[in-house]
Structure formats: C-alpha cells, structure tokens
Design a protein around this ligand. Structure first.
Ligand SMILES: O=P(O)(O)OC[C@@H](O)[C@@H](O)c1c[nH]c2ccccc12
Length: 272
C-alpha cells in the first residue's frame, strides 16, 4: 500500500506542482478550533497538514510558535487528545497529516504506544526535530510497523556526506530547512535554496520540501518553483493569533492559505 504522502507528492509531480504544507499548532487556540480549521485549510489549497504538538521548551521555534504552544498548553491540549482529534478528522478527509513533536513528548507517551496509536488514528508522518536519524533507532521499527514515515531535516550547513545519509533515511519527504535559525525567521536566499534542493535531488528520489521563513504568497511562489513542497508555519500561526477572538477566524486563515496556494499554482516546479 502506498502512503498518503507518497500519493500526494506523485500526483502533484505529474502536474508539475509543488505541495503546500501548512503548519498549525494543535490546540491553538483550542483543539476544537484546530478540528474546524483542518478541513478548511484543505479546501483552501493545503496538500499536507503539519500539526504541531505543543511543548514547553520548543528549542527550534521562534516567538510566534512558542506563543502558540503556550496557548495550546493553556487550553489543555494533550498528545492523547490530538490523536483522538486526528481519528475524528480521518472520518472526513484523506489529506496527509504529519505530526511535529519534540522527542520528550513522544518519549513521555511511550514510543511504541505512540506509534501504534498515531498510526491507528491516521497520522502519516512524523517530524522530530531534536532526533536526528542517527539516534532514531528506537523509533524506526515501531514507526514502520504502524505505517508512520519518519521525516528528517537537512540544513544549509549540512555536509555532502550528511546530505546523502539524511536524504536516504528520510521517508515521505526530506525537510530542507532554508536557513540556520529558528522558525519564523526571514527567508532571503532563494538561490541558495535552489542549489541545495538540487543537490538533494541528485542523491535521492524522495521529494524535497522547504520550510523556515516562507511567509508570503510571493515567497511561496518562489520556493514552489525550485522544490517539491513549500512549508508555511509562523505566517499562518500569526494569522491565527491575530484573529483568535474573531468569529471569522477560520475564514481569515483559509483566505491566507488560498493566497499562498494561488501564488504556487502560477509557478511550475522545476523538476523531474
Ligand atoms: O515557521 P516557519 O518559519 O514558517 O517554518 C516552518 C515551521 O514552522 C514548521 O515546519 C515547524 C514548526 N516547528 C518546528 C520545529 C522544527 C522544525 C520545523 C518546525
């Protein structure tokens, strides 16, 4: 059986389009709202949903996502409740869902139990930014047994040797971090992104998605022209923060996602 992620990337590749991967923090401002939001993100043009698991010490995250984690924790969001929400979403949608969790959250839940329950709920992939592939051994088997694809990160500073290793280990897609910094920083060098994506594509057939600093429809269009996927986090989370008290929260966010997707559709991706 091919995975939802593999099917999505191959369908888009046939149309020479890049995937739009939208990140939201699960439980920001509440899990109820996340559950309303996900189908609307899909309708607005998201191809993959990345759901953040809120954690008190999110080392890779800038202030925008840190504050989203605080709101989510304050609203009582637990990993267990997130998995239950994913199973409810699965009754209505086949969009690929990737969880972004720090290692502690998964470890506290129990690695094997986590993989079993996440797989059963309908989670497709897992990003654990503080667990490089060299240290992922304990997670690999239970993840594979539950149909969870482990997605690993590469950075502009990764060496050739590292690039080869990580690109081969990563399943579903390779997450290329566009800059050395934290989430929500500013993207300024699309040329460097293009060069590094090309290097990764030479060593692996796995799609390459680019995240960190993609904030505007213009950025999304520029990255879509050079990669297989475009990941947008902080810019969406900012919209949620600004409109979280409004009745029109979901519509506002969907409008922004629609603008991102339209800018991407206008650009055909360079590959394969
Ligand atoms: O926020 P940005 O700059 O748009 O970057 C995407 C990012 O938010 C999302 O993929 C993400 C959120 N937290 C992370 C931690 C590590 C790696 C990636 C992430």
């Amino acid at each position: 059986m091919t995975s939802r992620l593999d099917r999505t990337f191959s369908r888009l590749r046939d149309g020479r389009q890049a995937a739009l991967i939208t990140y939201v923090m699960a439980g920001d401002p509440s899990l109820h709202e996340t559950e309303q939001l996900v189908p609307k993100l899909e309708e607005a043009g998201a191809d993959v949903i990345e759901l953040g698991v809120p954690f008190s010490d999110p080392i890779a995250d800038g202030p925008v996502i840190q504050q989203a984690a605080e709101r989510a924790l304050r609203s009582g969001t637990s990993l267990r409740a997130i998995l239950q929400m994913v199973s409810r979403l699965r009754q209505h949608t086949q969009i690929p869902i990737v969880l972004m969790a720090y290692y502690n959250s998964i470890h506290a839940f129990g690695l094997e139990r986590f993989c079993r329950e996440a797989g059963a709920a309908g989670v497709d992939g897992l990003i654990v930014p503080d667990m490089p592939p060299d240290e992922s051994k304990p997670l690999k088997e239970p993840a594979a047994a539950s149909g969870l694809q482990l997605i690993f990160l590469l950075a502009p500073t990764s060496t050739n040797q590292r690039r080869t290793y990580v690109a081969r280990q990563s399943k579903g897609f390779v997450y290329y971090v566009s800059l050395t910094g934290i989430t929500g920083a500013k993207l300024n060098n699309v040329d460097e992104v293009r060069r590094n994506v090309e290097k990764i594509r030479k060593i692996s057939p796995t799609p390459v998605a680019v995240g960190f600093g993609v904030a505007t429809p213009e950025d999304a269009g520029n990255v879509a022209a050079v990669a297989d996927g475009v990941i947008v986090g902080s810019a969406i989370v900012k919209q949620i923060a600004a409109h979280r008290q409004d009745a029109g929260l979901v519509e506002h966010v969907a409008g922004f996602v629609h603008a991102l997707k339209s800018a991407m559709t206008a650009r055909q991706t360079s590959r394969r």
